[in-house]
Design a protein around this ligand. Structure first.
Ligand code: NAD
Length: 473
């Protein structure tokens, strides 16, 4: 397998390829290519047993063409400077593609979060926050972290609490981090957001009959067979929503402990319960199990759509030829290396690129940040007003037709939008609009793939910001 360090080179290679098609001047192309600031830190923490451990961590702000910068924090043994730079670069493009007004950033802490106690994780997280606050590298208008691999709402709550301790009088302090628990200023729908965005993205791509016919598939997500690698936050929500709302059939799943396949379908809810109880997916009734050594076989399972939702570099030049899926939906960041991409393109596989497909997380993070700055829950002002207006319409229809509308139908027609409804609707709109734009660029430029089209879209938007703001003398 290619080295993890190759991830950044892959991102740059995608960028260099796309920049040839973008209508942006050479100087600005090199500005957008580079990471503006890279902060590497080392700090000690003391374990519950009194042992000192030195923690290696990073925060990279890729581009300041819009502020604040934004991007998750990853806890993983594989974290290194190049990886964080690659992820920060992708964040700038992602934000531009879904029209979220942020520059890109990313954080990384080189630890295996599953090997640390909650006590140690809290110390590591709070100290990481202090390091950023000390250097003015964090804040609602500066840089706003969020969850990524190995982190979630719990860590975001610690970050918020630590930031607030240093910025007691800042009224917008809650906007310093997103992905917080709802009770701490978080937003409903953030936890599922990336997976739900993956669903909207796949569903949208499958609606184009000509695109589907070109890869030998029928139109629509319904009944498509899906294989997922990684059953964490993104993988589990992608799977459950594609199954429940899209009517797709999950036939294979891969996790750290191994992989399972059942061509008749695996109920994803039952599988998640099974894994929680047995601490493994192996042995799931009715499915064929492959142990840890063979877990990468998940990439070769027969299916229509393969969803890598674990880590980068999972499809590389050695296994790309063996992929049987017609569509690869990049829920993870960077799961396909640039060398593998060339092989897959030759095979005619449709790749829905990470910079578009997993942008649901940052989109809903944007909604959360807006909620924090406006200090009001979405739907609070207009939900009842809308319900009363819709009710009056339904009453009018009943009176003028003389027919009674059933309770279920009435409830549906008169419902005002709650926060979760508005978040989902905003996310759906964002993913559809972004895919339409990327597909249009692909059609217009001819002979480019969707990733190149997505990068072109981002480079032109960021380039336009740089050109109009002027360069400081
Ligand atoms: P997570 O920690 O919740 O889940 C990752 C899962 O992958 C874990 O269950 C882990 O056991 C599994 N895994 C790790 N290595 C594996 C391997 N070799 N084979 C099979 N499974 C393996 O992380 P997440 O937040 O779901 O992130 C997953 C990916 O999605 C990452 O690339 C991340 O950068 C990307 N992403 C996450 C978000 C978000 O909002 N969380 C947003 C955008 C992109």
């Amino acid at each position: 397998m290619e080295k993890v360090d190759d991830f950044y080179q892959s991102v740059l290679s995608f960028y260099d390829n796309a920049s040839k098609h973008a209508n942006v001047s050479e100087g600005i192309i090199s500005q957008i290519r580079s990471c503006n600031s890279v902060y590497r830190m080392r700090y000690p923490i003391q374990s519950a047993k009194g042992k000192i451990k030195v923690i290696e961590a990073y925060r990279v702000q890729h581009s300041h063409h819009r502020l604040p910068t934004k991007g998750g924090i990853r806890y993983s043994n594989h974290v290194n400077q190049d990886e964080v730079m690659a992820l920060a670069t992708l964040m700038s493009f992602k934000c531009a593609i879904v029209d979220v007004p942020f520059g890109g950033a990313k954080g990384g802490v080189k630890i295996n979060p599953w090997e640390h106690s909650e006590y140690e994780l809290e110390k590591i997280t709070r100290r990481y926050t202090v390091e950023l606050v000390k250097r003015n590298m964090m804040g609602p208008s500066i840089d706003v972290p969020a969850p990524d691999y190995g982190t979630g709402a719990r860590e975001m709550a610690w970050i918020y609490d630590t930031y607030r301790a240093f910025n007691e009088k800042e009224i917008d302090a809650a906007g310093c981090v997103t992905g917080k628990p709802v009770s701490q200023g978080g937003i409903r729908g953030r936890t599922e957001a990336t997976g739900r965005g993956v669903f909207y993205g796949i569903r949208e791509a499958c609606t184009y009959k000509d695109d589907m016919e070109a890869i030998g598939l029928t139109q629509g997500i319904k009944d498509k067979t899906i294989v997922i690698q990684g059953l964490g936050n993104v993988g589990s929500f992608s799977g459950t929503i594609c199954q429940d709302e899209g009517g797709a059939k999950i036939v294979g799943v891969g996790e750290v402990e191994g992989a399972i396949y059942d061509k008749n379908g695996i109920d994803i809810h039952k599988l998640l319960k099974y894994r929680k109880k047995n601490k493994t997916i192996l042995g799931y009734p009715g499915a064929t199990s492959y142990d840890k050594e063979k877990r990468d076989i998940v990439m070769e399972f027969p299916c229509d759509i393969l969803i890598p939702a674990a880590l980068e570099n999972q499809i590389h030049k050695k296994n790309a030829k063996k992929v049987k899926a017609k569509i690869i939906a990049e829920a993870a960041n960077g799961p396909i290396t640039s060398e593998a991409e060339a092989i897959l393109n030759k095979k005619g596989v449709m790749i829905l690129p990470d910079v578009f497909l997993n942008a649901g997380g940052v989109t809903v993070s944007y909604f959360e940040w807006l909620k924090n700055l406006s200090h009001i829950r979405f739907g609070r002002m207009d939900k009842r007003f809308n319900e009363n207006t819709y009710s009056a319409f339904v009453d009018l229809i009943e009176r003028s037709t003389g027919k009674k509308i059933g309770k279920q139908e009435r409830d549906f027609l008169t419902k005002g939008g709650d926060e979760i409804d508005l978040v989902r609707s905003g996310l759906e709109e964002t993913m559809i609009t972004a895919y339409t734009a990327i597909r249009a660029i692909k059609k217009r430029k001819k002979n480019i793939d969707l990733r190149t089209a997505a990068f072109v879209n981002a480079i032109e938007k960021i380039g336009s910001d740089y050109s109009t703001m002027g360069i400081f003398p």
